[in-house]
Design a protein around this ligand. Structure first.
Ligand code: F3S
Length: 748
């Protein structure tokens, strides 16, 4: 499966058998993504399969986690008491490195600042059999495409841009930590059966146009929501002219249109990339399997879009949203019309999206032209290699030196400014300014935390050329620049190489393989009991077997209550590995129906107003269970498992709402909390803040499809009120509840 894991093998046979079973059952030809997804079904013979409706139970080949999300995922996995992960898994230290001076200096600082997190991840990986990629090794998605992805793989990753591996023909999906934990613990992964969007590529990219422009165009067409619930499949004669890494760029940014993932059919460029990255055996195996790595003749997509690559002009998308697409020839007039800051303060190239050898050679070819004409960068200029392999190879081949000569700063092989890890000193916070990046996301404040920064997204070629113009109005395809010699300079289109002719240089060895199983018992997972950022998890207590009685209403929320309201991000991110500390943000954004305010509830025991987490802690200390009451679509937003863990940790037993966002509902079940919905939504109005709640029927009749009863015991002594509530637990999930959590059940 990977050159780093000698005893793990690709199971094309299982995919083949599953495809045959499903094709026969459905009686129709299949799209490529269907073949790969259904090829990984846990039970192909009996799985319900309706696109856009059924929930598939799948067996992914691999789990990958970045360091910010890995912390809680691994802590949870540890609490299940299993000896090792059930599927090949790895952790990548890329998100916690802040860009300030340059790659070397910044990496040193990061190792110091995040030392305890790295130590924890490193020792936990060794103990439980995960591969560990040290800080400086590179960005998760680049490392995955270099080492782990293969045509026909099903990969889940705790990061939205996991789909990058679609460039190598994998179905690779970004998930929350809870899903990663399940798969690492051997529980099948649930995915709503995706719809399919086909994007037919014809023609061939010419001159300045690059794979990035394909996805910028797609984002413009489909918008940030257009891919929701679907896998985007590229097909048509145009795919053959694109490199594997170029296809990776296109799939990576498919996250910007909300797609489940994006992917390409098998191409010769995949074969070339596999061989160039020392995976000849996998190249041979996938070639032999390539009949399954293209869609079946006559299959139907849910939607089809066509793009002629020959006519594609470079685009710049933004600011503030990746789907605001402007062809470069229209940028000047559009920028003037919208009053976007003209001066380009910084151009940033690289990242997980765009730092392939091809990208770097094309960008460097432009920098070289400008340097030869006597020009230097007019804007700030940063280069982020996606991996140590990319860094070492581009350093060896003189590309990084070309960028430095132009005034560029090579940052660490890490996310850096792409995820806001950018200690920027050239512009005061609040000052409007323009930056152009070859990254993928450009939401307000994403890169530098400055809401006034206008971030635009373009190809690395366009960013590099624009750095020499220093202006958002500069169109390198048509405009000339003044040079010291007085002779005007105009760029000629970039030229690059798909793969390094001298082969890749692996650079410094930054990978730690898990020790053999026997050696793992001596590994001590390092978590300091006094740590602020990390805390070992105790398994949650199992259900007592009795109905819950006399539970307090912690908060009756009103209106929108997303996972951000339940567990805020921002400054709280640093506590992601410390459940008790991060629980201090529980529900602080939710609006209390009683007073219309956030983070202010009446403590029913003391009768004093207090913060929500403080009140929950008080009830917990007094042994008083509590519930949350909510409105429609409670828990929408991200798949953040902290939103469920915190409720459980602080003593919540149930969340009763008009309706749930499904992922949050499942996350609550996994943590042993009861997600319940009003059988009659109007009963929401019956609940008073000082009611005490009994949940009746758990003891006598907790079964799938069987309603439970809520009894409201009134403080004023009036007659209790009863009504019915629904739940969606299946048999298996009821076992999770009884055991105290899904992980407790697994460890039993
Ligand atoms: Fe990192 Fe940015 Fe990619 S945050 S994983 S470089 S999208």
């Amino acid at each position: 499966m990977s050159r780093l894991e000698k005893n793990k093998f690709i199971n094309y046979k299982k995919i083949d058998e599953n495809i045959a079973t499903v094709r026969k059952r459905l009686g129709r030809p299949l799209a490529l993504s269907e073949k790969i997804v259904y090829g990984h079904l846990d039970d192909a013979a009996n799985q319900d399969i309706v696109r856009g409706e059924s929930y598939l139970k799948l067996r992914p080949d691999r789990v990958v986690c970045q360091d910010a999300t890995a912390q809680m995922a691994i802590l949870q996995f540890m609490s299940a008491g299993m000896p090792e992960v059930a599927v090949p898994s790895s952790v990548h230290c890329d998100h916690l490195i802040q860009a300030k001076v340059n790659g070397i200096e910044d990496l040193k600082v990061a190792k110091d600042v995040n030392g305890e997190v790295y130590d924890f991840l490193q020792t936990a990986c060794a103990k439980y059999g995960l591969g560990f990629w040290k800080p400086g090794s590179g960005i998760i998605h680049q490392i995955v495409i270099e080492n782990y992805a293969f045509p026909g793989a099903l990969i889940i990753g705790t990061d939205s841009h996991t789909p990058n591996a679609g460039g190598l023909g994998a179905v690779a999906v970004g998930v929350g930590g809870a899903d990663a934990v399940d798969v690492m613990a051997g529980i099948p992964w649930e995915l709503k059966c995706p719809k399919t969007i086909g994007i037919k590529l014809t023609g061939k990219l010419q001159g300045w146009a690059s794979p990035k422009d394909v996805i910028l165009e797609v984002a413009g067409i489909l918008t940030v929501k257009g891919g929701t619930g679907a896998i985007v499949e590229y097909f048509g004669p145009g795919v053959d002219g694109i490199s594997a890494t170029g296809m990776g760029t296109i799939c990576n940014m498919g996250a910007e249109i909300g797609a489940t993932t994006s992917m390409f059919p098998y191409t010769e460029s995949m074969d070339r990339y596999l061989r160039a990255t020392s995976r000849a055996a996998i190249a041979d195996a996938s070639r032999a399997f390539s009949h399954h790595l293209t869609p079946d003749e006559g299959h139907q997509y849910d939607q089809v879009i066509e793009i002629d690559l020959s006519k594609l002009e470079p685009r710049i998308n933004g600011p503030f949203t990746p789907d605001l697409m402007t062809p470069i020839s229209k940028m000047k007039e559009t920028a003037i019309k919208n009053n976007w800051p003209e001066k380009m303060s910084v151009g940033l190239i690289g990242s997980c999206t765009n730092s392939s050898y091809e990208d770097m050679t094309r960008a460097a070819s432009l920098a070289r032209q400008a340097l030869d004409a006597g020009l230097k960068a007019k804007s700030g200029f940063t280069i982020t290699p996606g991996s140590e392999q990319v860094r070492a190879t581009t350093e060896r081949d003189g590309l990084l030196e070309t960028f430095r000569e132009a005034g560029g700063v090579v940052l660490a092989n890490a996310c850096g400014p792409c995820i806001g890890q950018w200690d920027r000193s050239d512009v005061e916070k609040g000052t409007p300014n323009t930056i152009v990046t070859s990254y993928n996301r450009n939401f307000t404040g994403r890169n530098d935390g400055n809401p006034a920064t206008h971030a635009f997204v373009a190809s690395p070629e366009i960013v590099t050329a624009m750095v020499f113009g220093g202006s958002l109005h500069f169109n390198p395809l048509t405009d000339s620049l003044d040079t010291p010699s007085g002779k005007p300079f105009k760029f000629t289109p970039p030229a690059g190489k798909e793969l390094p002719s001298k082969g890749f240089d692996l650079g410094e060895d930054t990978y730690q393989a898990p020790p053999a199983l026997e050696a793992r018992s001596t590994v001590n997972v390092k978590v300091s009991p006094t740590s602020n950022r990390l805390q070992l998890l105790e398994p949650f207590a199992k259900w007592s077997g009795k109905d819950y009685t006399n539970a307090a209403v912690l908060i009756k929320t009103k209106g929108k209550c997303t996972t951000d309201h339940i567990s805020m991000a921002g400054p709280w991110l640093k506590f992601r590995g410390h459940l008790d500390n991060i629980s201090n943000n529980m529900l602080i954004g939710a609006i209390n129906a009683e007073n219309g305010e956030a983070n202010k509830v009446r403590n029913q025991l003391t009768n004093k107003w207090d913060a929500v987490p403080a009140t929950a802690r008080y009830y917990k200390a007094q042994g008083l269970p509590w519930v949350v009451i909510g409105d429609e679509n409670y828990g929408e937003g991200s798949s953040r498992e902290h939103a469920a863990l915190e409720v459980r940790h602080l003593g919540g037993v149930a969340v009763l709402v008009k309706s749930f966002a499904r992922i949050h509902e499942t996350n609550l079940k996994k943590q042993g909390v009861l997600p319940l919905t009003f059988a009659n939504p109007a009963d929401y109005e019956l609940i008073r803040p000082d009611d005490r709640i009994d949940i009746v029927g758990l003891e006598s009749n907790f079964k799938p499809g069987q309603q439970l009863t809520i009894r409201l015991n009134r403080k004023d002594g009036s007659k209790p009120v009863e009504f019915k509530v629904n739940h969606t637990f299946n048999e298996n999930q009821i076992e999770w509840f009884k055991a105290g959590s899904a992980l407790n059940k697994m460890s039993q």
